[in-house]
Write a protein that binds this ligand. Structure first.
Ligand SMILES: Nc1ncnc2c1ncn2[C@@H]1O[C@H](COP(=O)(O)OP(=O)(O)OP(=O)(O)O)[C@@H](O)[C@H]1O
Length: 251
């Protein structure tokens, strides 16, 4: 777990300000959800936190240390499950330990006992221990995404980032996968920032919420503060119709 401080972060692509003077802090072990319309700047923010994208100005610090490039203690889960189809779930999970494995050892597929235990432990966390030996190409999309989560956990991150981790899944699998991300983060006390475009899922799983609109941070608060009117401000009316109807139906 780590504290993440983002100060006056701006990222410009030509005339487009993908991030515009964004500042926030994520406390140790906090589970934060990043909201915003398509093009709001969510991926750019996650990529800056991951050290893949260099900000135009501003600063990111993890436990006080400036982020200047990719770091081993920051793991990312992507929308597409980038698993190696020919490998088993266990083999994929073990690739999360490559940052701790020498090049020669990785060539011959040698892994330390603690790394092997870590991979099995991570598969257990995502409910796939009984499928450890199954080739991932024969698994469902949701299961492949859970293998991706296991791999991220084996990396032993202090910060877990997830960029639309359930966008390509059906609603039931999306809920299952989000449940595993949430419980993995809780179990390991991981500071987490996950972008989600499904507002209902975000409200179900999020604890803290950050929202971007046109690159600006327009909301930073907790579940009780994330009212339908705020969601309206983040998205416009389109996404909130269902929520209003749901709220009224339960009233
Ligand atoms: N490499 C790039 N070059 C030029 N413009 C970019 C680049 N990456 C992002 N942008 C622009 O920055 C803005 C923010 O994009 P970003 O992908 O961060 O949004 P997003 O909220 O993640 O959207 P989505 O939900 O559709 O993935 C958009 O206007 C996008 O076109």
């Amino acid at each position: 777990m780590s504290t993440i401080e983002v100060r006056n972060l701006t990222k410009a692509f030509g005339d487009v300000r993908a991030l515009d003077d964004v500042s926030f802090t994520i406390e140790d072990g906090e589970f934060a959800v990043l909201l915003g319309q398509s093009g709001a700047g969510k991926s750019t923010l996650l990529r800056c936190l991951n050290g893949i994208t260099k900000p135009t100005s501003g600063e990111i610090r993890i436990d006080g240390e400036p982020v200047t490039g990719p770091r081993d203690d920051v793991a990312m889960i992507f929308q597409q499950h980038y698993v190696l189809g020919q490998l088993s779930a266990y083999g994929n999970a073990l690739t999360g330990a490559l940052n701790r494995t020498s090049f020669l050892r990785s060539l011959i597929g040698w892994h330390s006992r603690p790394d092997k235990l870590e991979a099995l432990n991570a598969l257990e966390t995502v409910g796939l221990l009984d499928k450890a030996n199954q080739r991932t190409r024969n698994m469902s999309g949701g299961q492949q995404q859970r293998v991706g989560i296991a791999r991220a956990l084996v990396q032993q991150p202090n910060l877990l980032l997830a960029d639309e981790p359930v966008a390509s899944l059906d609603p039931a699998s999306a809920e299952t996968v989000m449940g595993y991300i949430r419980s993995a983060a809780k179990e390991r006390d991981l500071s987490t920032l996950a972008s989600l475009h499904q507002v209902n899922l975000a409200r179900e799983f999020g604890e803290r919420f950050l929202a971007l609109r046109d690159g600006e941070l327009v909301f930073d608060g907790y579940r009780e503060d994330l009212t339908v009117d705020i969601i309206d401000r983040i998205y416009g009316d389109v996404q909130t119709q269902d929520i209003r109807e749901g709220t009224e139906a339960h009233a």
